[in-house]
Write a protein that binds this ligand. Structure first.
Ligand code: ACO
Length: 402
């Protein structure tokens, strides 16, 4: 790839590759995907082993540092993150100033952009100790911010962190607890959320991660870069898909639950309607994350005693798709988002919180990718070329003469 790129530069040739279908933007040692075989590994470890046996913060350490931590290293990392979960009082006030009804993704990216104004000592992108501090601050405070997004969107008072509980359990408490009341959470729910965050933690050069890298390539700081990633993630073709899936399932339910009729509209491309949560640029086989989420969905819904009508509709849609020529010929399978929304909803999250949860999970990957890029001697400022197809040169015409 590097040879081709320098040859092209010498000859003045430019490749046009809309959507970067065939263009690698970097070399990376973080995540391996084989889309045809349905394989995903972080730093060489298969995703199913990490989802089953690891924890979100351990996976964050792995992605960022390249190796699994020793027990002491993990303790020190978790302890440091826990100590930073509080946010400044003025920051809490800032989070409460958005109008009710504001989409939490807009508030989230604003919050992450605003965060370093409170920590100006954490901005140097080239000092390793400073980058480590920014890493810890972002991982710690994004969790608190995400719980505040839920509470402010419902007009509920914000709670303080209690770091004697774990990262995930305390996140659930801060999100759902009634102030001054005991909050107990089912361990099945804690484990399921931990697993979902692990499954979202990295996915190599997707739209939001490429955004993080391209922003960082201008030497913008880590906060500015990951805030841009949040904005890229907000689109319905990317992270916004998990929210769109639930809206789609609810719409099918409201129209009498006829999955076959909905699939007819998808296949006829009526008003551009797509089966949300299906298809992927890289996976042309079952998304390995979707297989794990599908298994969890049953366990969580059973533990929470929630009704399964939307899950039944989702399963029916999948069954139809897996034996339908339209989907088979285009290699469209469920992606990670097809079943996640059902689990989040059962846990008590509003639909608008689904994409912020994706962002919370993706944060370690964005940080790891940004750090890899900043220390890679091959890195250059991201600056794609174009093929100009506009007007040839023409003379300006005065306003009165037009
Ligand atoms: N439903 C129906 N048809 C689809 C779907 C779908 N979900 N996805 C792709 N297709 C069809 C397209 O219409 C196209 O058909 P055609 O060849 O007849 O024109 C063909 O499959 C190829 O689709 P493209 O859009 O060219 O594939 P691309 O790789 O550009 O898009 C994407 C991938 C954006 C994920 C797409 O599959 C999609 O829109 N899916 C629904 C949204 C979604 O679930 N996004 C989440 C992605 S995963 C993530 O971000 C975590």
């Amino acid at each position: 790839g590097v040879v081709v790129s320098s040859l092209l530069r010498e000859t003045g040739l430019v490749t046009v590759d809309p959507g970067f279908m065939n263009t690698a933007s970097c070399e990376s040692q973080i995540t391996y995907i084989d889309g045809d075989a349905g394989i995903l590994r972080y730093r060489g470890y298969p995703i199913d082993q990490l989802a089953e046996r690891s924890s979100f913060l351990e996976v964050a350490y792995l992605l960022i540092n390249g190796e699994l931590p020793t027990p002491d290293q993990l303790d020190a990392f978790v302890e440091r993150i826990n100590r930073h979960t509080f946010v400044h009082e003025n920051f809490r006030t800032f989070m409460g100033t958005f109008p009710s009804g504001a989409h939490p993704m807009a508030v989230m990216s604003s919050a992450i952009n605003a965060l370093p104004t409170f920590y100006p000592e954490s901005l140097d992108p080239f000092d390793p100790a400073t980058v480590e501090l920014a890493t810890v601050l972002i991982l710690a405070k994004t969790r608190t911010i995400t719980s505040y997004l839920h509470r402010t969107s419902r007009g509920e008072p914000l709670l303080y962190p209690d770091y004697s509980r774990g990262y995930i359990e305390d996140f659930l408490r801060m999100t759902f607890a009634v102030p001054y009341q005991q909050y107990d959470v089912d361990p099945t729910v804690v484990k399921a959320l931990d697993k979902l965050l692990i499954l979202h933690a990295d996915h190599e050069q997707n739209c939001s991660t490429s955004t993080v890298r391209i922003v960082g390539s201008s030497h913008a700081n880590l906060y500015a870069s990951v805030a841009a990633g949040i904005n890229a993630l907000s689109g319905p073709l990317h992270g916004g898909a998990n929210e769109a899936v639930l809206r789609m399932l609810a719409e099918i339910q409201a129209n009498g639950g006829d999955a076959t009729e909905f699939m007819r509209r998808v296949k006829n491309k009526e008003q551009g309607v797509r089966l949300m949560g299906f298809g992927h640029r890289v996976y042309k086989n079952y998304d390995p994350r979707a297989a794990i989420v599908k298994e969890s969905a049953d366990a969580v819904l059973a533990a929470l005693g929630k009704d399964n009508e939307l899950l039944d509709i989702a399963r029916t849609l999948e069954e139809i798709a897996l034996s339908d020529e339209y989907f088979i010929s285009r290699k469209l399978y469920p992606n990670v988002d097809f079943y996640t929304g059902l689990i989040y909803k059962a846990m008590g999250f509003d639909e608008r919180m689904f994409t912020p949860l994706f962002a919370l999970g993706r944060m370690p990957g964005w940080i790891a990718q940004w750090r890899e890029m900043m220390t890679d001697p091959q890195t250059k400022i991201g600056r794609p070329r174009q093929v100009y197809s506009g007007s040839p040169e023409r003379d300006y015409v005065d306003l009165a003469a037009r």
